[in-house]
Design a protein around this ligand. Structure first.
Ligand SMILES: [Fe+2]
Length: 353
């Protein structure tokens, strides 16, 4: 072989071997996961909860409890405490608590009464039990004001992830029941409350939320026990107080809060909803329900992305750095540990331009 040909062959071998080794590096480098966020709701303390094992197996960094975390449903506080105790005694819950940071909001059943709002008479007592069970620190602002709302931050790499934990029960006005005649035609319970004085979050929480949304963060996970972005269907949700849903949309616009994604529970099925608005980027809402509860009739939802999930599930969000920016994978996982619905968005798609 002539010397020139030999050099050519050596160069080709080097080039080939470089390419071969760079492929897996490139694949890894384009999609390193920064954080894995699991969430769920509707967990009967008397039933096994294997969905929590799924979160552990998949190594969730954070698990957000979205309410109905126990089925308390009592005016007797010792009963609430005993039911929380049954959750605490579960091996699957203890494992999750050992490996993941846990944040929590409540819904009606752990608040203390089905569909209850601000008139539930033991909300202050129930709050103390909630704060103690979820190990909210003694100096947390959440313990200082009425209601359980609060904010947590997670910093990973160069990203700040804000967890906005809403209280959808302590301040919420009563919803408006259907008339008895109307109830014969509709199985669900409520018609929209058009009274402009009615509230979902209450004045103090709205003021706090405005301040919170102005804080610096790259991604904002808003934990709301009730669904936000779906189509009205008559069950409890933000759509039953439409002027308050609009207030939230307006607040996201006026504060220029980038990277908002809602997560919600309560309804006993899982789905991803995408709400288009005039002034904002699309507001995604990943609903995961339930850890133990299921529902056989899925409501129509024109805002749904992909399928609804009637079987037990947890929600799953993965934030990753990719070549074209930060990606946010929104998904729902069933007991097989497979994603049964998934939708990936680029952070730029949910940011004001
Ligand atoms: Fe609920």
């Amino acid at each position: 072989m002539q010397k020139q040909n030999l050099i050519f062959v050596i160069l080709m071998i080097m080039l080939f071997s470089c390419n071969e080794s760079s492929i897996p590096e490139e694949v890894n480098a384009t999609s390193p996961t920064i954080v894995k966020i699991a969430f769920g709701s509707c967990a009967n303390q008397d039933l096994p909860q294997p969905m929590l094992n799924v979160a552990v197996e998949k190594q969730a960094d954070v698990f957000v409890y979205l309410g109905d975390n126990i089925y308390g449903d009592s005016h007797i506080m010792d009963t609430l405490i005993a039911k929380y105790g049954r959750l605490a005694a579960k091996a699957e819950f203890q494992k999750l608590r050992d490996v993941a940071t846990i944040y929590s909001v409540w819904d009606d059943h752990d608040f203390g009464e089905n569909d209850a709002g601000r008139h539930y008479p033991f909300k202050a007592e129930s709050k103390e039990i909630f704060m103690d069970f979820w190990q909210v620190s003694a100096d947390s602002d959440r313990r200082k004001h009425e209601g359980i709302y609060g904010v947590e931050y997670l910093k990973r790499d160069s990203l700040t992830i804000q967890f906005v934990l809403l209280d959808t029960r302590t301040f919420r006005d009563e919803l408006i029941h259907r008339s008895p005649e109307d109830s014969i035609l509709h199985k669900n319970d409520y018609i929209p409350n058009q009274n402009p004085d009615s509230t979902f979050l209450g004045e103090a929480q709205w003021t706090w939320l405005e301040k919170t949304l102005k804080e610096k963060a790259d991604v904002r996970i808003i934990a709301s026990s009730n669904q936000f972005s779906h189509e009205y269907n008559g069950w409890e949700s933000w759509t039953n107080v439409p002027h308050q849903q609009k207030k939230m949309i307006d607040l996201i616009a006026s504060t220029k809060a980038n990277g908002v994604v809602f997560i919600s529970g309560d309804v006993h099925w899982g789905e991803i909803s995408k709400l288009q608005t005039d002034q904002n980027y699309p507001i995604y809402d990943v609903t995961s329900s339930g850890i133990t509860q299921e529902w056989d009739i899925i409501e129509p939802n024109k805002n749904r992305v992909g399928e609804a999930i009637p079987q037990n599930n947890i929600g799953w969000i993965e934030i990753a750095k990719e070549a074209n920016g930060t990606s946010i994978l929104l998904s729902i996982i069933d007991s097989t540990t497979q994603q049964v619905v998934a939708h990936k968005v680029n952070l730029k798609e949910i940011s004001f331009q």
